[in-house]
Design a protein around this ligand. Structure first.
Ligand code: SAM
Ligand code: SF4
Ligand code: SF4
Length: 334
């Protein structure tokens, strides 16, 4: 089996299909930087559906990639996305296809995505309060738009999780109301510790509300018990509500890094392959795809890249002596 320098298999590929977004979350694409003059990718720079499918197929063949996640920017801004989903879900070896989205466009697309074979969506929502939601997302959309998206995904029969990034001073007031809102609904809420992805968001360790604090706050209202991981390489630590109201999770990549079991690579919308969320640069697969090397050349490149991989940024973060230049989240896809 193909493993990296730390013995980790290649199981999960996250595919960004666009670097554009209809929101401007402060911690991801602050609107002062990502304004009308921002040099987003040109259409011809994006990988085509054929090219994305080729990379996914090669990843399933050389590694043991079984899971795909579609992300962005906002993936639902990419035209004809269900067509891509149906091509990806038909690849030999792919068992699970998910998408991370801000949910705004789900009412329009959920049914077609389900019919194309998508299994699950993770919808991002950081507040239930309209004013705070607009303050965080930098746009005039309302919480109801996201809740409607969640409902549409449920109605279409997609599995639904909600991801909430928690940042001190931004949305601590929402921690408990979000747990109460999704408790007993069949939708699992996952809190995400605010991360130092990219360099545009001015991250500081003080901004992180830790897993410990999160669980303590929830427990005051809704007691929980820890659950074992559902599968190897799971990023979220899971907890069950003691009153059988379902589960809640915490993704604690800052205070409790999980690099040891990290089995994922990321493909940017313009075809850079990244072996870590905090990479400074990727490897250009687009030129391989558009060059002479063919399928065999691409597979060889993937094997070389994964075989050489030794990333463990989150485990090294707190002892790092100098800052690293990193790619921004809207490019990397989360
Ligand atoms: N636009 C889609 C969305 O928001 O779900 C997909 C792309 S977004 C970059 C993927 C995920 O990354 C979202 O759940 C978002 O909240 C999360 N994210 C972005 N910046 C983050 C940061 N600095 N720390 C933690 N999570 C972050
Ligand atoms: Fe857009 Fe998602 Fe980034 Fe928010 S987190 S700005 S919705 S890409
Ligand atoms: Fe994986 Fe890099 Fe995150 Fe560690 S820091 S879990 S290696 S993506």
């Amino acid at each position: 089996m193909l493993t990296d320098q730390l013995g980790r298999p290649f199981r999960d590929l996250r595919i960004s299909v666009t670097d554009q977004c209809n929101l401007r979350c402060r911690y991801c694409m602050p609107k002062e930087i990502f304004d009308d003059n921002f040099p987003f990718l040109e259409k011809q720079e994006l990988l085509s559906f054929d090219e994305i499918e080729t990379v996914a197929r090669a990843s399933a063949a050389v590694g043991s990639v079984r899971k795909l996640r579609i992300t962005g920017g906002e993936p639902l801004l990419r035209k004809n996305l269900p067509e891509l989903i149906s091509r990806l879900t038909a690849i030999d070896g792919i068992e699970d296809t998910a998408m991370t989205t801000n949910g705004i466009l789900l009412p329009k697309h959920a049914q077609a995505l389900k019919e194309a074979g998508l299994n699950r969506v993770a919808v991002s929502l950081d507040s239930l309060d309209d004013e705070r939601f607009q303050e965080i997302t930098g746009r005039t959309m309302r919480v109801k738009h996201v809740l409607d998206g969640i409902e549409a995904a449920k109605q279409a029969g997609l599995g639904v999780k909600v991801n909430m990034v928690v940042k001190r001073g931004m949305n601590e007031e929402d921690i408990v109301p979000m747990a109460e809102h999704f408790h007993g609904t069949g939708v699992t809420l996952r809190y995400i510790e605010y991360m130092d992805v990219g360099n545009a968001n001015g991250w500081k360790l003080d901004h992180v509300v830790t897993k410990k604090e999160l669980i303590r706050l929830i427990e005051e209202k809704l007691p929980v018990d820890p659950l074992p991981p559902a599968h190897a390489g799971e990023t979220a630590e899971r907890f069950a509500y003691r009153d059988e109201g379902g589960e809640v999770g915490v993704i604690s990549s800052v205070t409790d890094a999980f690099c040891r079991s990290c089995n994922r690579a990321r493909l940017t919308a313009d075809g850079q392959l990244l072996t870590c969320l905090f990479a400074s640069k990727g490897t250009d697969l687009r030129s391989v795809l558009r060059g002479e090397a063919g399928d065999q050349g691409l597979k060889k490149k993937l094997e070389e890249l994964w075989g050489a991989r030794n990333d463990r940024y989150s485990e090294e973060r707190l002892s790092a002596t100098k800052p690293r230049r990193k790619l921004e989240m809207h490019r990397v896809g989360g």
